[in-house]
Design a protein around this ligand. Sequence first.
Ligand code: SF4
Ligand code: SF4
Length: 475
Amino acid sequence: MTAGSGNKDFSKAERIKIHQPDANKADRLNPNNRIYVRAVHGVWTQLRRRMGWIAMAFFLLLPWLPWGDRQAVWFNLAEQKFHIFGLTIWPQDLTLLAAVFMIAAFGLFFITTYLGRVWCGYTCPQTVWTFIFIWFEEKIEGARNKRIKLDQMPWSFNKIWRKTAKHSVWLLISWVTAMTFVSYFVPTTELYQDFFSLNAGGGIYFWVMFFTLATYGNAGWMREIMCLHMCPYARFQSAMFDKNTYIVGYDAARGETRGPRSRKADPKALGLGDCIDCDLCVQVCPTGIDIRNGLQYECINCGACIDACDQTMDRMGYQQGLISYTTENKLEGKQEKVLRPKLLGYGAILIIMILLLSYATASIAPMRVDIIRDRNTLYRINVDGLIENTYTLKILNKTEQAHVHYFEVSGLTNYQWIGPQQVSSKGGEILVLPVSIEVDPVDLNRSITKMTIKVLTEIDGEQVVVEQETRFFSQ
Ligand code: SF4
Ligand code: SF4
């Protein structure tokens, strides 16, 4: 669809207009070609800000939240344990993480099919941080026109202090972001103490520096370039869109023919539509596109152009909604169909995955045992003529408390357990215990006997049994 085309049918190619940004757009790292985003106020901007604040508060405060004697969310890479409140995920439970990623993917598919790229427009960290940086840019350098003039004027004291202040604030935000991100992997208080006393390892300083520069570069300089050229999500969204997906759309039938006019003029008498061609919808767009040109892959559904256009409509005394969250079917005057097979399919898979994950999480065993047979000797006959097999037990205590473990063997009769009858493990400990089992040959009727070693542990008044099958070899 192109501006001025009226209310005609859309081809798929027209609907998803994958056009390349022009040369100026691609060269946005050149200050002369940068987008100067105009500030806007309105319902959607307010909503985006609130969601941004919630996301930021969540991100910044979570590493400070205690849980017993550790922090509530701690991805302990050194010990290969992920702590999420009361849940500890070990490498053995990594399938759970795979399920979490799948839920996130299907959640994204569901939301995108229903509401388009609202993830990008409202909650994607790239967008949240970019809008925070733009907010400080506006406070320090002024509104859009002032910023354009400031960049064009020669260097002066005014320009130097404003640029220095802006980049200092950006770097400070980037550093806080980096420290917060690293504190999900290193205990927070320890990180800050070691960082400022210069006792942190080289790796910590490297990653803090890396994430500081990455945040500063992405939100300060790259901005929409990340979305246009580096984010894969923008590329495959068209597979999820259909004519009933909510997109930000311009009502060309109502808006065209566009053109300036006085507030008192009757547009019909002038042969004009409701678009006064004020260009505000373009100036507020963080990706620098003109939504009047139809659906474009650069659009992140942020709604800024809706707020800008609604303000213009209010000023002109016209009805709001020339640009709105709408569907292509609605724009074409057809019936919208919200509940459709693709959306229901994504929703059903999402619910099933969440139920499966909840069940798998609730049934994570608090203990795990691995039994490794002695690889050098299948068996040996001791001085009493008994057949002896040797094993190494690895007991993983996945809880955060110490526990006492007892042992039982099933599948063998009249066996003797050579080793401790009970052992204790600390929370999170992997206990390695060599043991032997002796059996009189008369009690064995085959050369390889299947048997099971059970580890019994009392946890919160309940007996938990973990077991593993192994073999007993004889002559
Ligand atoms: S066209 Fe509108 S909704 Fe899309 S990115 Fe630009 S301002 Fe946001
Ligand atoms: S903000 Fe509205 S009136 Fe102004 S150019 Fe954009 S669509 Fe037209």
